[in-house]
Structures are given as structure tokens and as C-alpha cells.
Ligand binder design. Structure first.
Ligand SMILES: Cc1ncc(COP(=O)(O)O)c(C=O)c1O
Length: 407
């Protein structure tokens, strides 16, 4: 008799965005004709840049002719694309080799799957609040015990709060895998070089591996802040970096990301290069390579023209972030993030839970946000607003909040 993977039973409730969708649907059923303004999900809304469209179109055209048609490609991604990514890092004075880069269908799958190459008994540390994928993938893999009072047994939580500007220090106890997301989803905070250096020191001393999610790196304006963990000395010995074309080039629907596994990465008991070969084996067994069309689009996104056009997209969304930040500050809320990241994190009054606040905003202002508690215990007391969205819609939402919301 087949049985299920019982670890799924340990997962907390439904996926956050399914619950948001359910509550908004219920509201709309009871309030027919109301037009909602959605600032909840971090999904891009603006069309792809001209450069990307022509790259994608060229990719499609190649498939029209026998001479240029391609089927399965290199499992790690087209060499031209990996070389372009090598150049992308070179501009940040980081030397990588194309063999260390793995192109994929996005950062979500990579950040969920990467844990599978590490031992079952590894102890993982995640930040709280956290992008839920790191947590859930480790629960499903059986690396945790049961959920008790909002905390999984066997997992280490690094608590983000206002005192540490939502970028907690490395754990005091010994852990093996450390997930860092910077710029951070959901809080919009960004780790400084010193903060990342503390994690690299920790990882080198304790032979831990950092999994660094840099999906929002292109949103960093402040040049003193690191866009890649490899800007920190020694990081190639202890960190895997995951990135994506989703947020800065509008690929949330096209789907393309990449993961860097450095040759020098050291893991207890194995020779350098072993971790690359494990990830290569995992990907070639369970993934058949990213779409060739999407890869042509990504090559165009990395071109000088493509990167320039992406800067406009980023500026557009960051204009929304500024507006959201200003509106909530003017209303007397304490506001975080939204400067080097497309998320604004707002402290709510202690009299309401973040789901109650979500319902109140929905009812009074018809605006959908994300309740902080969906990102962990330490997210309670906050909401997240996404700067991804049509400017007119964001303006309408802010006006509605100013006019109709009674804090
Ligand atoms: C921190 C973080 N990493 C990864 C992703 C997913 O990226 P992708 O679209 O490349 O799967 C998201 C999406 O919201 C995210 O917030």
C-alpha cells in the first residue's frame, strides 16, 4: 500500500497566498462590484523590456527552422548565458567560472531543492520573519520535528526585529545550513557588508553552508551594500548563491533563475568540487534544463541595452515603494524597507493581529496586503506591502487608505 510523505502533515495551514486569495474571494462574494487594489503578492505587472522581447522573439524564430532548431540543451544552461552571467559578476569584481553556474526555471525551485544535496541530519537556520520556501522545503524533507507554538522542533530561528533592523546576527548555537535573503522578503531590509561578513566568519569557523537568496539584489541603490555574498572575502568557501530574472527583468511568468555553486565550497568530509557535482547530478536527474526561449530572453536582459531598460522597470516599482512608504509614514505608522528593496514593512497597532489588520484594510479601504504573521511568529505585528504593481493602482490604493481607513 502506498503511503504519503507524512512530513507534509507537519506543514502549517495553507500556503499564505492561498489564504489571502480565499479571504479576498469571500469578501468579493459579499461585496459584489467592489474593485480591490492588490498590494499583496510580489508579482511583477509591467511589460517586458524591448530588449527582452526581441531576445525571446529571436529564440522563438530559431525554433521555426530545422537548421537552428534546438531540443534539450546543456543541463546547466546555455554556455553563452553562463558566460554572460560570469561577466555580470565580473562587474562586481567577482570571478566565477561558467561551470559554477546552474541556470534553472527560477529561484523558488532552487531555494527549495538545494537542501536535498545536504545530509538529513543537518540543522538548518532560517530567519524569522522568513520567505516560507526555505522553511517548508526543510519540513517536507524531514529535517524538522513537529510544530509547537509556532516553532518547528529541530530548526534554528534567527529572529529579526526592530533592534537588529530585521537582519539578525548568526545563531549562537551550531547549525549546518543558514538561509539568508538579502534584500529581504518580507521586511525589505538589506544586510551590510559587516553583517554578511559575520555570517561568512561563522560559516567558515563551523563548516556551515550559507544559502544566499539574492533575488532582489538589483533593487539595491546604496552602493555600500553588497549585491552578492561573494563580495565578502571567503564566501566562495562557504556559500551558495541563488538569483533570478523574475523581479528585475519581469520574468515571473517567463521563468528563469540561476544558482552559483563555487568549486571551492567546503563541506565536511568531501573534496572541493564535490558539492558542484552533487548539484549537477540532482539537476540532471530531476530537471531537464531551462526553456531555450527563456534563456535567449535572459541573454538579452543581460545585454547593456537590457540592463539599462531593466533599470527603468526597477525605478518604476521603487517609485511605488516611495509612495507607499510616505503614505504610511504620514498616517503615523512606523515603516521599514522600501529603499533598497521592493517591499515595505509596516508596524501595526498592537490592538490588532496582522490578519485582523488585513481584514480591516480590505473592508475599509479595499486594499489587499500581506499579513506579517504569514512569514513567521516574528512577523506578527506587521504587514508587508509590495511595490510591484501598476502605478495608478498603487496611487488609488494609497488615496483610499488615506480617505477610508480608520487606524
Ligand atoms: C526571496 C525570494 N526568492 C525567490 C523567489 C522566487 O523567484 P522565482 O520567480 O525566480 O522563482 C521569490 C519570489 O517571490 C522571493 O521572494
Amino acid at each position: 500500500m502506498a503511503t504519503i510523505n507524512k512530513n507534509y502533515n507537519k506543514l502549517q495551514g495553507s500556503y499564505l497566498f492561498l489564504e489571502i486569495a480565499k479571504r479576498t474571494k469571500d469578501f468579493l462574494e459579499k461585496n459584489k462590484g467592489v474593485e480591490l487594489m492588490r498590494l499583496g503578492i510580489g508579482d511583477t505587472t509591467e511589460p517586458l523590456s524591448k530588449a527582452v522581447i526581441s531576445g525571446l522573439s529571436a529564440g522563438v524564430k530559431k525554433l521555426r527552422k530545422k537548421k537552428t532548431y534546438t531540443g534539450y540543451g546543456h543541463p546547466q544552461g546555455k554556455i553563452e548565458l553562463r558566460n554572460a552571467l560570469v561577466d555580470f559578476y565580473k562587474k562586481r569584481k567577482i570571478d566565477l567560472r561558467p561551470e559554477e553556474i546552474f541556470v534553472s526555471d527560477g529561484a523558488k525551485s532552487d531555494s527549495a531543492n538545494i537542501q536535498s544535496i545536504f545530509g538529513q541530519d543537518n540543522i538548518a537556520a532560517i530567519m524569522d520573519p522568513v520567505y516560507p520556501v526555505y522553511l517548508d522545503s526543510n519540513v517536507i524533507a524531514g529535517r524538522t520535528g513537529e510544530l509547537k507554538n509556532g516553532r518547528y522542533e529541530g530548526l534554528v530561528y534567527m529572529e529579526g526585529n526592530e533592534e537588529n533592523d530585521f537582519m539578525p546576527p548568526p545563531p549562537e548555537v551550531k547549525v549546518d545550513l543558514i538561509y539568508i535573503c538579502s534584500p529581504n522578503n518580507p521586511t525589505g531590509s538589506v544586510a551590510t557588508k559587516n553583517e554578511l561578513a559575520a555570517f561568512v566568519d561563522y560559516a567558515l569557523n563551523r563548516k556551515a553552508v550559507i544559502i544566499f537568496d539574492a533575488a532582489y539584489a538589483e533593487y539595491i541603490k546604496d552602493e555600500s551594500l553588497p549585491k552578492s555574498i561573494y563580495e565578502i572575502e571567503g564566501a566562495k568557501k562557504c556559500a551558495i548563491e541563488i538569483n533570478s530574472f523574475s523581479k528585475w527583468a519581469g520574468f515571473t511568468g517567463v521563468r528563469l533563475g540561476w544558482t552559483v555553486v563555487p568549486e571551492d565550497l567546503v563541506v565536511e568530509g568531501v573534496e572541493p568540487g564535490k558539492v558542484i557535482s552533487l548539484w549537477a547530478r540532482r539537476q540532471s536527474t530531476m530537471f531537464n534544463g531551462a526553456s531555450n526561449i527563456a534563456q535567449d530572453g535572459a541573454l538579452a536582459a543581460l545585454s547593456t541595452k537590457g540592463q539599462k531598460e531593466s533599470q527603468k522597470l526597477i525605478a518604476y516599482y521603487m517609485g511605488n515603494a516611495t509612495l507607499i512608504k510616505q503614505t504610511f509614514s504620514n498616517l503615523g505608522f512606523k515603516v521599514f524597507g522600501g529603499e533598497n528593496a521592493p517591499y515595505v514593512w509596516v508596524r501595526i497597532p498592537p490592538s490588532l493581529t496582522s490578519w485582523e489588520f488585513f481584514d480591516k484594510l480590505l473592508r475599509e479601504a479595499h486594499v489587499v496586503v500581506t499579513p506579517g504573521s504569514g512569514f513567521g511568529l516574528k512577523g506578527e505585528g506587521y504587514i508587508r506591502l509590495s511595490a510591484f504593481g501598476d502605478k495608478k493602482n498603487v496611487k488609488r490604493a494609497m488615496k483610499s487608505i488615506e480617505k477610508n481607513f480608520k487606524p
